[in-house]
Design a protein around this ligand. Structure first.
Ligand SMILES: NC(=O)c1ccc[n+]([C@@H]2O[C@H](COP(=O)([O-])OP(=O)(O)OC[C@H]3O[C@@H](n4cnc5c(N)ncnc54)[C@H](OP(=O)(O)O)[C@@H]3O)[C@@H](O)[C@H]2O)c1
Length: 331
């Protein structure tokens, strides 16, 4: 698979990457470790060599599983994107939300990206991932209690030390990116984006293009909804936060499925699934150099890795956009 540079950095990634949030189980109603390792290996075998994870995904579990799955594979054959700045160990930083940890205990999550924490979190990630460098280190969410310059200086230090190859941000606004760029070169901004959730097209994408940064879109399947498998009576496992999410309101599930029926003939024309069509379309949007696709098992990976086996025409891309723009979701 052809690799693409992340921004102007030396890090080259696959156009779709394995998103390792769900394999941590946290906020997805649990997950099975061996199935996750098999899913990562299948993904690598199919040429998807870029993996996005984070310490908070399963409170270390996702990074550990990624580390286990990658053992024995030469380090230059895969790229690890991970994050920092979600704190569950102390009450430092900006309170984010209440959650439940892996042992079922209530816990509070804070956004914290102070210098001390950035440096320590990087060491912890390297240990869990069983590697000596991280390809892209990203702040997970903005932390209002720490000056952006302080956070980015810490990342610049890690780059200087060779522990990190490039700096990225996630969920950063245009103003926050501008501030961060004063201290460090940014390869990317990782932000939510799907056919039915395109808010970033207004300002975040143009800013990335102007600054030669990549957009790393996350949740392109709108967390499973755009596969067409979710119906209004879908039963989620306990702890799965999709239930109650705006996109998963029964009215919005119906409307999204009606939209999917309109674009299905394009998928049928190529003999591919809706998931494959949606992923392919997302890779064709401006600046979206590395589309993060989550999967919890081998079967889903087998399907998703084939998403680049066909080429949509410019007309098909436009037609899909027109249908997406006609879709009105309730709040
Ligand atoms: N930086 C951030 O703040 C942030 C936030 C969110 C995500 N991310 C990153 O982006 C990645 C991708 O986003 P995401 O996992 O939220 O959403 P996604 O890629 O839109 O959806 C992934 C989920 O959809 C279902 N699925 C995937 N492929 C499928 C298939 N072929 N058939 C049927 N179901 C399928 C699976 O869930 P079920 O089987 O349970 O339905 C899977 O876990 C994450 O893993 C993470 O690395 C980052």
């Amino acid at each position: 698979m052809e690799l693409k540079a992340l921004g102007t950095s030396s890090v080259k990634v696959t156009p779709i990457a394995f998103g390792a949030w769900a394999i941590g189980g946290w906020m997805w109603g649990g997950a099975e470790g061996q199935a996750a390792i098999k899913a990562i290996k299948t993904s690598l075998d199919a040429g998807i060599t870029t993996i996005d994870t984070a310490p908070i995904y399963g409170f270390g579990k996702s990074e550990e599983l990624v580390g286990q799955a990658l053992q024995g594979i030469p380090r230059d054959r895969y790229q690890i994107l991970t994050k920092y700045g979600m704190n569950w160990r102390s009450n430092k930083g900006e309170y984010f939300f209440d959650s439940i940890d892996n042992s079922g205990k209530p816990t509070k999550i804070y956004k914290y990206a102070g210098r001390d924490s950035v440096l320590q979190e990087c060491e912890d990630s390297l240990r869990r991932l069983k590697t000596d460098y991280i390809d892209l280190l990203q702040i997970h969410w903005p932390d209002a209690t720490t000056p952006i310059g302080e956070t980015m200086e810490a990342v610049a230090k890690l780059i200087e030390q060779g522990k990190v190859r490039a700096a990225g941000v996630c969920n950063y606004s245009v103003a926050q990116v501008e501030e961060a760029l004063k201290t460090v070169k940014l390869a990317s901004n990782q932000v939510p984006y799907s056919m039915i959730h395109r808010a970033i097209e207004k300002d975040v994408v143009p800013q990335a293009i102007a600054n030669k940064m990549s957009i790393i879109p996350y949740s392109p399947l709108q967390r499973g909804l755009l596969t067409g498998k979710i119906k209004r009576d879908h039963k989620f496992n306990a702890g799965d936060t999709r239930e109650g999410n705006r996109f998963y309101k029964p009215e919005n599930i119906d409307r999204t499925n009606a939209f999917l029926q309109k674009i299905k003939p394009v998928a049928d024309g190529y003999g591919v699934s809706l998931a494959q069509l949606v992923i392919n379309w997302t890779t064709r949007q401006p600046a979206m150099d590395c589309v993060l696709v989550g999967a919890r098992d081998d079967k889903q990976v087998q399907e998703n890795v084939k998403s680049l086996s066909f080429k949509l025409s410019d007309d098909e891309i436009k037609t899909i956009r027109i249908h997406a723009e006609e879709l009105m979701l309730v709040d």
